[in-house]
Design a protein around this ligand. Structure first.
Ligand code: ADP
Ligand code: MG
Length: 581
């Protein structure tokens, strides 16, 4: 293996030459305390940056094995170390050293959620950070001395500060890993407790602003306190502090399975609760405020998304007898309406195993949610294709085991179908179930139930795999995550702006490549089997294999793990998707 002196010599030799000479750097270099792998050298200063890995042996890093024993703890430690590297880069890296991305060093760091990512790998033998690095240039001329400063000063300093236990903030590392472990242990208990979610007392749900995912300041935020009737206690694996005491269990509000309504006046905090539940499918960093808001992994946010495409989804349980006799048992469109999109999203989620639906009146189609008595009198059923959600929500739970949490401040017709009614008042939850039920008895709804037949059995669709084509021009695979909610996939752009539980562009990128991987395997199986296959693939082999050019040891690219539901959601929004008849 080449040494760091060889690296210095190469840089001295190519200094001042054309950018392409940087290609000579490709390879592995033994440093005194770690190994550097230069896997990919960028073509020019503006291209996506070069890809490198820094590997520190276990004997040097000395990370305590207890912090990476088991899948959850390893994932948490890896995420923590990514944040440490990110922090070290900010302290050590000079930054801009020329044109384009010259001088940049970056690691794919997450936000408030803790995700499995390819940017860090911890094994008993070594710890490896996967980074991007902008090789410095002025014009197209190599700045060898600047590169030397990056490789010989900044990189060793970053490795030293972030990947060696003696320099890591140990208390924070333990707290981080234990906190994520606790969150996952709560999630594992939800089903047995008959819950779709748990919100701990003291949780801070509101965010700093509409543009910030960080918590609202402690002075301004009202911490959550469970209503007494819904308060329960859940054991956790590691001690936590609650109400200023160190305990082995958390008290909080259990959100039961079944149909739960969140009611209350405008601006009293309803949507904030629902958003916390949406994000609660992922673990959060300590101090997020929502770290002990834990939702079942199978919960899917459903919203209206007019304009999306739909391919052969049986929405006839919600929508039937469209104008011109369009078939809704295998409904396809390039331009869905609010109500058809919402119906399709529900059935697609249930198709791949959702056990809880999260809906907010703010993002729902009114006509999909309810039709009141007066409207029923004016517009007769034979002229209204929609069977509103209020007439299906109980059936979804009772016959299909799918719970719903619904924010609904505007319509009391839902009182008849709710098991639990929580009112948000001045940002605090109250259990108003009994009162809502009494009101439902006293003020009988005048509306008629509109179901004529039960929901049909869930259909398991089989995609035509050739309808997923990620090639473009000469490129066999052209996939790019432009942002968290858009994937360029071959000639198509998949719009994921209505898929609200995607939180990270690296998840989006992973989904793009996951769809490619699934299409390559030319599976003769259904969409559900496909996403299950991908989940197993991730469980067994991690995310590294998502890179289509991945072979042996190489920087796999920046991926974060998506859920099965978001993979399916992306496929369902690919406009070229075709489903077998
Ligand atoms: P609703 O859906 O009931 O109309 P929102 O959930 O949108 O209300 O909340 C309205 C505003 O109140 C938002 O700016 C939100 O950040 C803030 N808010 C929500 N919950 C809290 C809380 N617990 N403490 C302080 N502010 C909050
Ligand atoms: Mg709202």
């Amino acid at each position: 293996m080449r040494t760091v002196d060889d690296l210095r010599n190469i840089l001295a030799r190519i200094d001042g030459r054309g950018y392409k000479a940087y290609k000579d750097l490709q390879g592995a270099y033994a440093y005194p305390r770690f190994t550097l792998f230069i896997d990919h050298v960028q073509g020019d200063p503006f291209a996506s940056p070069s890809k490198i890995r820094v590997r520190v042996s276990g004997a040097v890093a000395k990370l305590p094995p207890d912090l990476f024993s088991g899948r959850v703890r390893r994932m948490a430690l890896q995420d923590f170390l990514i944040r440490e590297v990110h922090h070290a880069i900010r302290q050590v890296c000079q930054g801009n050293r020329g044109i384009g991305k010259s001088g940049l060093i970056a690691i794919d760091v997450g936000g408030q959620e803790v995700l499995e990512r390819t940017a860090m790998v911890v094994t008993p033998q070594w710890v490896e950070a996967r980074l991007s690095l902008g090789l410095p240039a002025q014009g197209r001329t190599i700045l060898g001395r600047q590169a030397e400063a990056m490789f010989c000063h900044e990189m060793p300093e970053i490795a030293e500060r972030a990947l060696k236990w003696e320099h890591v903030d140990r208390e924070r590392a333990h707290a981080f890993v234990d906190c994520v472990d606790n969150q996952e242990s709560i999630r594992a208990q939800l089903d047995a407790l008959g819950l779709v979610a748990f919100i701990a007392d003291g949780a801070v749900l509101p965010r700093g602003s509409g543009a910030s995912d960080r918590p609202l300041s402690r002075e301004r935020a009202q911490p959550f306190r469970a209503p007494d009737s819904l308060r329960m206690s859940i054991p956790v694996l590691h001690p936590v502090s609650q109400d200023g005491r160190l305990t082995h269990s958390l008290t909080g509000c259990g959100i039961p399975q079944g149909v739960t309504l969140i009611v209350g006046g405008g601006y009293h905090g309803k949507s904030t609760v629902l958003r916390a539940l949406e994000r609660g499918v992922y673990p959060h960093v300590p101090e997020d405020g929502r770290e002990y808001v834990v939702t079942t992994e199978q919960a899917v946010k459903i919203r209206a998304e007019d304009g999306r495409s739909i391919e052969r989804v049986d929405i006839s349980g919600f929508i039937k007898n469209l104008p011109y006799g369009q078939d809704t048992a295998q409904f396809s469109t390039d331009n869905a309406s609010g109500s058809t999109s919402q119906a399709a999203s529900i059935l697609e989620a249930v198709e791949v195993g959702a056990t809880a639906l999260l809906l907010d009146e703010d993002t729902s189609a009114t006509n999909f949610m309810v039709r009141d008595a007066r409207m029923q009198a004016l517009v007769h059923k034979e002229h209204e294709p929609i069977t509103p959600f209020v007439d299906r929500v109980r059936e979804l739970y009772e016959r299909h085991g799918v719970s719903t949490v619904l924010v609904m401040g505007g319509c009391g017709d839902y009182f008849d179908v709710a098991d639990t009614v929580i009112a948000m008042q001045d940002y605090q939850p109250l259990d108003v179930t009994e009162e809502a039920q009494r009101i439902a008895r006293e003020f009988r709804t005048q509306r008629a139930i509109e179901t004529t037949a039960p929901l049909s059995e869930i259909t398991y669709r089989i995609p035509v795999w050739t309808s997923l084509d990620s090639s473009r021009g000469k490129r066999e695979v052209k996939i790019e995550a432009r942002s968290v909610d858009a994937i360029a996939f071959g000639h198509e752009v998949i719009d994921l702006s209505g898929v609200e539980q995607l939180v990270d562009a690296s998840q989006t990128r992973a989904i793009g490549y996951a769809l490619h991987l699934a299409s390559c395997r030319l599976m003769d199986e259904g969409l559900k089997a496909m996403v299950q296959g991908l989940v197993e693939f991730f469980d067994d082999a991690g995310l590294d294999g998502l890179d289509p050019y991945h072979q042996g040891e190489r920087h796999p690219g920046n991926f974060a793990r998506p859920r099965a539901f978001e993979i399916a959601a992306a496929l369902n929004r690919l406009r070229t998707l075709r489903i077998r008849e």
